[in-house]
Write a protein that binds this ligand. Structure first.
Ligand code: SAM
Length: 187
């Protein structure tokens, strides 16, 4: 194993012997320049740039994808990921100047990939988000009136309705109102 990964493994109490017994980390280092354990890669590096958009737990470590893209493809190539999930391989290919195509069964995962892969006018997006958060704060404040240690809902404030049983089941009334308010002003 690479020294940095060994050091990190010891720090995290991970048994390096077990890893080396099950995988040929040395061979991986010789062929790919990495031992592929990525134990020393920190969370902020694993979620670099757009990969933090959603905490999709089944995603590749981007550094892993990068090793294979650099080894087997060149700039201008087109990469196909037939199970593209949250789009890690698609994004990393784009970062390296490659085109990428994804196939994905789950509409929610397709949404994540699309959000991650789109081009944005960053100053415009920043302005819109700040404005939306400001309006949300006012709405959220107006939503509640406090009395005798209790939080009550202010009946004079416009309230939003949804048919989604999922949203009604999983979110408190206040959080749900905030989500629906944001949906209305952002879409
Ligand atoms: C482990 S995830 C891939 C994660 C991806 N590498 C990433 O970094 O986000 C596997 C994905 O394959 C998708 N999938 C499963 N069967 C599929 C099929 N028959 N066609 C397309 N996608 C499929 C699943 O919905 C899931 O998102």
């Amino acid at each position: 194993m690479l020294e940095a990964n060994k050091t990190a493994a010891i720090k995290f109490g991970i048994d390096t012997h077990l890893i080396e017994e099950k995988t040929d980390t040395q061979k991986n280092v010789e062929i790919l320049g990495e031992d592929l354990t990525f134990i020393s890669v920190r969370e902020f590096q694993r979620t670099k740039h757009v990969h933090r958009v959603h905490p999709y737990l089944g995603k590749f470590i981007p550094q892993l994808v990068e090793v294979f893209l650099r080894r087997y493809f060149i700039k201008g190539d087109t990469v196909l990921d037939p199970f593209s999930g949250s789009g890690t391989a698609l994004i990393e290919a784009n970062v390296l100047g490659m085109n990428s195509i994804g196939i994905e069964l789950s509409p929610f995962n397709v949404l994540i990939q699309e959000v991650k892969a789109k081009g944005y006018n960053i100053p415009e997006v920043e302005k819109e988000i700040k404005d939306a958060l400001k309006r949300l704060k006012v709405f959220s404040h107006r939503l509640q009136i406090k009395g005798r240690g209790q939080t009550l809902f202010d009946d004079k404030v416009e309230r939003f309705e949804t048919d989604s049983e999922y949203l009604k089941e999983w979110f408190s009334d206040r959080a749900l109102q905030e989500i629906l308010f944001l949906e209305q002003i952002l879409l």
